[in-house]
Ligand binder design. Structure first.
Ligand code: CA
Length: 243
């Protein structure tokens, strides 16, 4: 039986509930953020140390992370650098008491998507979060993986004159593999990220969709981009060097 693809033909503008991670060591601040964001309908986890955040942010596919700069162990910028070096590309809003231009530049260079100086108004935080979520959901025009161009708005893969369009699920699956470029992504993570609550328990749905993706990559004729099975884990996106 072919799994039904219930996603709409057009990429969604994500404005609904988000899964968020708040990394903040001051209990009052953490509680305020958690309460406020939950009231807005978001799902919120909290980490109070850099080490805990490092693991949590790499394990769980959050829509966005609120990351405090000043943490007791690893500081927020160190956490951010480590995530980015591991290919964790979750949008990050850096929260900090430091407002100097030099520090802002350091934060943004480390891979922060936005930056907010404490104290801030909760409304401003919300507005920035929503902007980040929208950006993450498809306002980036295109990106290049190996010899394949991803046209984000149109959900199309292109190589030279050849184009193939992906369904919503295929796009979400491919994006997740691209986001972890080169690293194996577990079936569990793929199910969670691509199917979430719609997952009905048929365990081979990931394999079926990887099959669809491979067919489309073949149609593009790419010799450099492929989806490889990683035994006992899941899949990884392999990108061969051009020679
Ligand atoms: Ca702090």
């Amino acid at each position: 039986m072919t799994p039904v693809d219930p996603w709409p033909a057009e990429p969604m503008q994500y404005v609904g509930p988000m899964r968020l991670l708040v990394v903040e060591d001051e209990p009052k601040m953490a509680l305020m953020l958690q309460r406020g964001l939950k009231e807005e309908g978001h799902e919120v986890d909290v980490c109070s140390s850099g080490q805990a955040a490092l693991q949590q942010g790499a394990d769980v596919p959050y829509d966005c992370v609120l990351l405090d700069w000043g943490l007791p162990d690893l500081d927020g910028v160190a956490v951010l650098r480590e995530w980015r070096s591991r290919g964790v590309m979750t949008p990050v809003l850096l929260l900090t008491a430091r407002g100097s231009t030099g520090e802002k530049v350091t934060g943004l260079r480390a891979g922060a998507d936005d930056y907010l100086v404490k104290p801030f108004h909760f409304e401003e935080l919300l507005a920035r979060l929503e902007a980040l979520a929208r950006r993450g959901a498809g306002e980036k025009a295109s990106s290049i993986v190996g010899d394949v161009t991803l046209e984000v708005r149109r959900r199309v893969l292109r190589r030279g004159d050849v184009e193939v369009s992906l369904t919503g699920r295929e796009w979400a699956l491919f994006s997740e593999l691209v986001g972890q470029a080169g690293d194996a992504v577990s079936r569990t993570r793929l199910l969670l990220k691509v199917w979430g609550n719609d997952f009905d328990g048929t365990g081979n749905v990931v394999d079926v969709y990887v099959g669809y993706l491979r067919t489309k990559l073949e149609r593009l004729g790419t010799k450099r981009v492929s989806v490889e099975a990683v035994r006992g884990v899941g899949y990884r996106l392999a990108i061969a060097r051009s020679d």
